[in-house]
Each structure stands twice: as structure tokens, then as C-alpha cells.
Design a protein around this ligand. Structure first.
Ligand code: ATP
Ligand SMILES: Cc1cn([C@H]2C[C@H](O)[C@@H](COP(=O)(O)O)O2)c(=O)[nH]c1=O
Length: 211
């Protein structure tokens, strides 16, 4: 019997409106054309329980959660998502493309809200056995361009994080950069400016060694 190898776990990260959702769809299509079985998912969310927590996190009243409670909720959602969706797909030899994962907690609850990276990674070890992606693609875009893209789209409702001040988002973007600098093998910084298909080409190039 031919044993199927473990699949690949790829995450897309970045600040608000940099094009992650658009690129997940395009990347999934490009990988399927290469004959791969691809699961598209997102955080917070991706499983029934995690989607319920997403609603609490994104759409409760402004200061409903303290930063620590928020980090615990993200970790709980991730734990369910990992055990019910991500790990089974990887074990079945599938590629998992996830819109945000642990690096978002490190950037938003760490860089943005001041929790230590050590505490965040401890929660990740307890909740998700410290699972890390095979490759993380960090989309980088000038904040003004991202803001212009976001205001051009019709949002159903802004979430609690999008509503935060510019200073919070500046700290988030700086934290993403620090994390990427510390882990150059796993995390590749991608220029998200330009036409969507140009950006997809850059993402595929950053996955070439895994294909
Ligand atoms: N390369 C691009 N050029 C111009 N517009 C783009 C490009 N990529 C995405 N957009 C548009 O920018 C907006 C934000 O894109 P998208 O929702 O994919 O970003 P996101 O990173 O997932 O955002 P969020 O973090 O807010 O969920 C959408 O209206 C999308 O159509
Ligand atoms: C996973 C994760 C997400 N967030 C924040 C980042 C965004 O503002 C929202 C998710 O909205 P999106 O439109 O689906 O990107 O949640 C966070 O603060 N911490 C996390 O771990």
C-alpha cells in the first residue's frame, strides 16, 4: 500500500485589509490545479465551536474581554480548530491554507495588547501542542493602501479589532515584522502591493521548495 505523506500547513498573516482572504482563494485554486487537495480555513473560526467563539471575540461590546481573557478565547478556538479540522486534514495528506493563526495572537494580543510572547506560546502549547505552520506568508502593505482597499469594500459590520486606533495597528504590524525577522525559515515576507495575480505569483514562489 502506498502511504500518503503528511500534508502541508500554510498560514497567511498580516494586518487588516492586506488581501489575505483574496489570496487564500487564489492560492487554493493554483494549488488545486497542481493536483493537490486543499482545505481553506480561517481563524478565529474554522470549526463549529471556534466559529461560536469568533462571534464572541469579534462582535461583543468594545471592551467585553480583558487582553488575557481574549488570548484564552483565541487559544480555545484554535485548540478546537486544530484538533477537529487542521490535524485530521494534514494526516490525510491534504494542504491546509489558514487565514491567520498563532502569529496573529502574537502580533495582536502580544504586540498590540502587551501580553508576553512566552505566555502566548504557553497557551498555544497547552491548547494546540505548539503546532506551527510549515510556511507562513506575511503579507505586507502600506497601511494607507490597505485602508483604502478596506474602505472600498462593503463590510457587513466592522469587528472589535478593526475599530481600534491606528496606534494599535501600528504596533501589530511592527510585531509581525519582529516575528518574521526572528523566524526567516518559516516566515516569508511578501509584498502585497500590485494586482492580485502578481501577489499570488509571489506567494507561489515562496512555496516553491514545498511543492
Ligand atoms: N491586490 C489587490 N489590489 C486591489 N484590491 C485588492 C487586492 N487584494 C484584495 N483587494 C481588495 O481589498 C479588500 C481587502 O481584501 P481582503 O478581504 O482579501 O483582505 P484581508 O487581509 O482578508 O482583510 P481583513 O483582515 O480585513 O479580513 C477587498 O475589497 C479586496 O477585494
Ligand atoms: C486569529 C486572530 C485574529 N485576531 C483579530 C485580527 C482581526 O482583526 C480579527 C479577525 O478578522 P478577519 O477579518 O477574519 O481577519 O481578529 C486577533 O486579534 N488574534 C488572533 O489570534
Amino acid at each position: 500500500m502506498i502511504m500518503k505523506g503528511r500534508g502541508r500547513f500554510i498560514t497567511l498573516e498580516g494586518g487588516e485589509g492586506v488581501g489575505k482572504s483574496t489570496q487564500i482563494r487564489a492560492l487554493a485554486a493554483a494549488l488545486r490545479e497542481r493536483g493537490l487537495t486543499v482545505v481553506e480555513t480561517r481563524e478565529p473560526g474554522g470549526s463549529r465551536g471556534a466559529e461560536a467563539i469568533r462571534e464572541l471575540l469579534l462582535h461583543s461590546e468594545g471592551d467585553a474581554w480583558s487582553p488575557r481573557a481574549e488570548a484564552l478565547l483565541f487559544a480555545a478556538a484554535r485548540s478546537d480548530h486544530v484538533s477537529r479540522v487542521i490535524t485530521p486534514a494534514l494526516e490525510a495528506g491534504q494542504w491546509v491554507l489558514c487565514d491567520r493563526f498563532i502569529d496573529s495572537t502574537r502580533a495582536y494580543q502580544g504586540g498590540g495588547s502587551g501580553l508576553s510572547d512566552e505566555d502566548i506560546m504557553t497557551l498555544h502549547r497547552i491548547g494546540s501542542e505548539a503546532l506551527l505552520p510549515d510556511r507562513t506568508l506575511l503579507l505586507r502593505l502600506d497601511v494607507d493602501v490597505a485602508e483604502a482597499r478596506r474602505s472600498a469594500r462593503t463590510l457587513e459590520r466592522a469587528d472589535r479589532f478593526e475599530d481600534r486606533q491606528a496606534a494599535f495597528h501600528t504596533k501589530v504590524v511592527a510585531a509581525f515584522d519582529r516575528i518574521a525577522e526572528a523566524e526567516p525559515q518559516r516566515i516569508r515576507r511578501i509584498d502585497a502591493d500590485g494586482q492580485p495575480d502578481e501577489v499570488t505569483g509571489r506567494l507561489l514562489a515562496a512555496l516553491a521548495d514545498l511543492l
